[in-house]
Design a protein around this ligand. Structure first.
Ligand SMILES: NC(=O)c1ccc[n+]([C@@H]2O[C@H](COP(=O)([O-])OP(=O)(O)OC[C@H]3O[C@@H](n4cnc5c(N)ncnc54)[C@H](OP(=O)(O)O)[C@@H]3O)[C@@H](O)[C@H]2O)c1
Length: 239
């Protein structure tokens, strides 16, 4: 699939930045960047401006803002990318409702209205794709991140249902169960040998742009997660 335009929710994510740059290298020339603060897109905007005939629009959305009057400008893009997410403080979230709700809403519930607006009848009949970032944390409830994992699990199942429901449509839904990626989110938490660079992720995603449904990212996380899922409870309780 040759994407000429992209709509990104979570455009300050290092993964989103790498993907936008790769897309620009491949001829994409329309970018709609959505983040909490418009000014936080400046780094990416300056890079994209160096390409010819580029159209860039930016918009502010806070997924936790209940009075959000976002107008859902979701029409007419080839690729929709959702990289918005929040790891949060799992210890705090286990006893404080506010942090727990923040994790569940940012990674799952607040994303649903956007996804529902993207998947319109109009959009389904034309070629395009929705790529949603989930996590391997969705695979098993582990003590260190079961709230984040529960939210990503809800997101994964919701999007997998959409991917299967519209399997014959021209518009494809892709759910990415990512392992560790070298971004501010995983800083200090991930062993380097299990960590992949955002640029490598971006290149891989574009090389496999026709994929749809749920997949591990990178693919070798499938084998790690088979082991994690098979661990007896006594061992899994240490994770
Ligand atoms: N890095 C990893 O190891 C890893 C592993 C598995 C899955 N993932 C998933 O991959 C996606 C991208 O993560 P990343 O590693 O690139 O992390 P990141 O750099 O922290 O990006 C997270 C993005 O979510 C946005 N966001 C957070 N809270 C928000 C809110 N309330 N409203 C609107 N936007 C909000 C951030 O915007 P601000 O700039 O405004 O904070 C940022 O654009 C996430 O969904 C993450 O859960 C990452």
């Amino acid at each position: 699939m040759n994407f000429k335009s992209i709509w990104v929710l979570g455009s300050t994510s290092e993964i989103a930045i790498s993907l936008c740059i790769e897309l620009a290298n491949n001829g994409c020339n329309k970018f709609h960047l959505i983040s909490r603060k418009k000014s936080d897109n400046e780094f990416l905007v300056q890079i994209l401006k160096q390409y010819k005939d580029i159209e860039i629009t930016v918009e502010e959305v806070d997924l936790l803002d209940k009075d959000n009057n976002y107008k859902y400008s979701v029409k007419n893009y080839d690729l929709y990318l959702i990289t918005a997410g929040y790891l949060g403080d799992s210890n705090l979230a286990s006893f404080e409702e506010e942090e727990c709700t923040k994790i569940i809403n940012t990674n799952f519930l607040s994303l649903i209205p956007f996804i529902k607006n993207i998947i319109s009848h109009d959009r389904l009949i034309r070629e395009g794709a929705l790529w949603v970032f989930s996590s391997v944390a969705a695979d098993r409830g582990r003590p260190s991140n079961y709230i984040y994992g529960a939210a990503k699990s809800g997101l994964t199942v919701f999007c997998e249902g959409l991917a299967l429901k519209y399997i014959n449509s021209k518009f494809k839904v892709r759910v990415l169960k990512a392992g560790f990626i070298d971004t501010r989110m995983s800083k200090g938490k991930a062993p380097p040998f299990l960590t992949t660079k955002p640029k490598a992720i971006a290149k891989y995603l574009l090389k496999t742009a026709h994929n749809s449904g749920v997949e591990y990212l990178p693919g070798w996380w499938r084998y790690i997660m088979i082991i994690v899922k098979l661990l007896p409870n006594k061992l899994a309780s240490k994770l």
